[in-house]
Design a protein around this ligand. Structure first.
Ligand code: XLS
Ligand code: NI
Ligand code: NI
Length: 441
């Protein structure tokens, strides 16, 4: 890997030392150079660092200010600080061996007094990012626009009742698409931000949904116009910041996109914590997206099931990740997507070194899950069980049902003739125990 010049982190580049290593600052399972099936683990996993958490997160919460102080965050000129911060970020991307990064426009460059000034600031940082990408080989997984932080977006962006705000948001997405293209972004993400509502007393739901679709359509048209080839991704989330977000979950978004004829343009960026907030498992969302041919990318994190909001923690739950990986691999992988650590340090985790521990943990857990999932699929025991469970649809009248070659009259005859079906066990406990044999070997 090529080198950057900054040296903000004392921690050296992270090496793979294997499962037996006692070094907390080494990979135990993620060996970026290991070749599996003709591809390196780095190529399989496509890990990405989320700029907003790793380099803009300071540990603030509604009860108190930030706790995290970084040495590069000093200086009076916000653009100069942003440039220094970006040097630190690329040093980190390299040391943690992440091949990709992701950002919102406002993460990397300070907002100016006008849209024109904001765009100018952004251009400076994008030029710097382009140099750093070239120097380090780190690539852009996706870009996006922050359409939720600034108070102007308090009632939404595309779903704002004020057309002026809609226009402002459109201009911001236009610019974000341009810079994502400039940096070779492989995808572009739309997360709903404040696209939702607090109360129907002041909301025209139908008009807001029409407006959201109009914004997405214009974004697709503009991408085509400028020749942006990246994949468009929607990131569903059921609630937070608004009470009811329109992009509730994958199933809701599929219905929405099909209603407006946008389903061929989008895939999904699935976030674990958003899945669980919607009352689903991570694996459920992956399967729903995959079933529609719309599995795109992953925002790799986890929530705290005791809380009702997006805690964005690093995920070290190998069981959950193994199940997710099985579904992802069965679906043929993520294509241009990757695993983006949309996760933040806990408020008291104030050391720069904690950033390394956090990402090492996430990367190792995903790499281990990938390996276990491959073994599970290679042995095919679960797949065989599921196949056998549906075998009655492989022949005879079952096959006719699937092929749409039968009808109620015929099926009634069959039911009358065959009588009561024989119950068959679902064997859930057996299967759960079988899963544990892979996890605890
Ligand atoms: C917030 C989202 C956000 C998106 C990018 O909950 O996860 O961080 O990933 O806008
Ligand atoms: Ni996210
Ligand atoms: Ni989130």
């Amino acid at each position: 890997m090529k080198k950057t010049t900054s040296s903000f982190f004392k921690t050296p580049a992270i090496a793979y030392e294997g499962p037996q290593s006692a070094n907390a600052l080494a990979f135990k399972h993620y060996n970026p150079d290991e070749v599996v099936d003709g591809k390196t683990m780095a190529e399989h996993m496509r890990f990405s660092i989320a700029y907003w958490h790793a380099f803009r997160g300071v540990g603030a919460d509604p009860f108190g200010p930030g706790t995290i102080v970084r040495p590069w965050e000093s200086g009076k000129d916000p653009v100069a600080v942003a440039l220094k911060r970006m040097d630190a970020a690329f040093e980190f991307f390299q040391k943690i061996r992440a091949p990709f990064w992701c950002f919102h426009d406002r993460d990397i460059a300070p907002e100016g007094k006008s849209l024109a000034e904001s765009n100018k600031n952004l251009d400076k940082l994008v030029a710097h990012a382009k140099e750093l990408q070239k120097a380090t080989g780190v690539k852009l997984l996706w870009g996006t626009a922050n359409l939720f932080g600034n108070p102007r977006f308090m009632c939404g962006a595309a779903t704002n009742p004020d057309a002026h705000v809609f226009a402002y948001a459109a201009a911001q997405i236009k610019k974000a698409l341009e810079v994502t293209q400039e940096l070779g972004g492989e995808n572009y993400v739309f997360w709903g931000g404040r696209e939702g509502y607090e109360t129907l007393l002041n909301t025209n739901l139908k008009r807001e949904q029409d407006h959201l679709a109009a914004m997405l359509r214009m974004a697709a048209d503009y991408a085509k116009e400028i020749g942006f080839k990246g994949q468009f991704l929607i990131e569903p989330k059921p609630k937070e910041p608004t009470t009811h977000q329109y992009d509730f979950d994958c199933a809701t978004c599929i219905g929405f996109l099909r209603t407006y004829g946008l389903e061929k343009i989008f895939k999904f960026n699935i976030e674990t914590n958003h899945a669980t907030l919607a009352g689903h498992t991570f694996q459920h969302e992956i399967e729903v997206a995959a079933a529609a041919g719309m599995l795109g990318s992953i925002d790799a994190n986890t929530g705290n099931l005791l809380l009702g909001w997006d805690t964005d923690q690093f995920n070290t739950d190998v069981k959950e990740l193994t199940l997710a990986m099985v579904s992802i691999l069965k679906a043929g992988g993520l294509g241009t997507g990757g695993f983006n650590f949309d996760a933040k340090l806990r408020r008291p985790s104030i050391d720069a070194e904690d950033l390394f521990h956090a990402h090492i943990g996430g990367m190792d857990a995903y790499a281990l899950a990938f390996k276990i999932a491959r073994k599970i699929l290679a042995e095919g025991k679960f797949e065989q069980f599921v196949k056998d469970r549906y075998a009655s649809f492989d022949t005879g009248f079952g096959k006719d049902i699937e092929k749409k070659k039968t009808n109620f009259r015929e099926l009634e005859k069959i039911a009358l003739k065959l009588g009561e079906p024989t119950p068959k066990s679902g064997k859930q406990e057996y299967l759960e125990n079988l899963l544990n044999t892979y996890l605890h070997g």
